[in-house]
Every structure is written in structure tokens, then in C-alpha cells.
Design a protein around this ligand. Structure first.
Ligand SMILES: *[C@@H]1O[C@H](CO)[C@@H](O)[C@H](O)[C@H]1NC(C)=O
Ligand SMILES: *[C@@H]1O[C@H](CO)[C@@H](O)[C@H](O)[C@H]1NC(C)=O
Length: 122
């Protein structure tokens, strides 16, 4: 691939990027939502995970207090509120098609009932 330089994939670089309030990247916004609404973190804590074991729930949620002054112990309350508000796994929706790839980890945020597609017609 030519002379492509190595990427700085350090935790500190991530913190710097997420601290930048003028950046146009939506990642900071998404991260804020994980702290205030979803709590959806990708971690690598079990032995079958081939990536860094430093990606833990603790290291992820610690960023909520560091970046946004949102205490880690508030996350369960925020997540519970979101699930209550939107209905969790039983949203009161109509005419919605939930399409999932069953190898996608995002499936956990969708309505999944053992099939890749769930139709809530009425
Ligand atoms: C923040 O992001 C903007 C836009 O991408 C960039 O121009 C600026 O250099 C960044 N600031 C820091 C401190 O990284
Ligand atoms: C994904 O789909 C395949 C093919 O239908 C099926 O064999 C497999 O059990 C599914 N996996 C999950 C997690 O639903």
C-alpha cells in the first residue's frame, strides 16, 4: 500500500479527538449519546476476543465522566430511562420494518426475534 504511516491508535489520542468540540466528526456526539441514552459499548474482555483487552466497559464508561462530567454510576439510570421511553424490546411501533444482519453486533440494539427481519405492521 505504499508508504502509509502508522496510525496513532492510543487511548490518549482518542480522548483528544473526543475532547475536540469544534471537530466535524459525529463520533463525539455518538459517544455523548452512549453516556446519556444507550450505554452501547464495544468491549473486548473475554479471552476469545482477538483485540486489545484494554477495551473494557470500565475504560469506556470512564470517558463519560472525563469528557462530559457524567458520573459512571448514572449510566444505568439513563439506559433504563431510554428503554422505558422507547419501549425497549417491545416498542409500541406501527408500520416499522426492523432489518438486521445476524452477524452484526448492532443487532443487539434492534428488535431481534431470531430472524433477521421483524415486521411490526400494526
Ligand atoms: C479540532 O477539530 C478541528 C476540525 O476538524 C481541527 O481543525 C482542529 O485542529 C482540532 N483541534 C484539536 C485541538 O485537535
Ligand atoms: C444467522 O443466520 C444463519 C442462516 O440462516 C443461521 O444459521 C444462524 O443460526 C443465524 N445466527 C443467529 C445468531 O441468529
Amino acid at each position: 500500500l505504499g508508504n502509509v504511516p502508522c496510525l496513532d491508535a492510543s487511548h490518549e489520542k482518542l480522548v483528544l479527538e473526543l475532547s475536540n468540540t469544534t471537530a466535524t466528526s459525529s463520533y463525539r456526539l455518538w459517544f455523548y449519546q452512549t453516556c446519556t441514552e444507550f450505554g452501547f459499548y464495544q468491549t473486548c474482555e473475554d479471552t476469545s476476543c482477538p483485540f486489545s483487552r484494554m477495551l473494557t466497559i470500565q475504560s469506556q464508561t470512564e470517558l463519560c465522566s472525563r469528557l462530559f462530567d457524567i458520573p459512571q454510576d448514572r449510566l444505568p439510570v439513563h439506559i433504563d430511562f431510554t428503554n422505558q421511553y422507547y419501549g425497549g424490546n417491545q416498542p409500541q411501533t406501527q408500520r416499522v420494518l426492523y432489518v438486521n444482519g445476524n452477524k452484526s453486533r448492532w443487532i443487539l440494539l434492534s428488535l431481534y426475534q431470531g430472524t433477521v427481519m421483524v415486521i411490526r405492521w400494526n
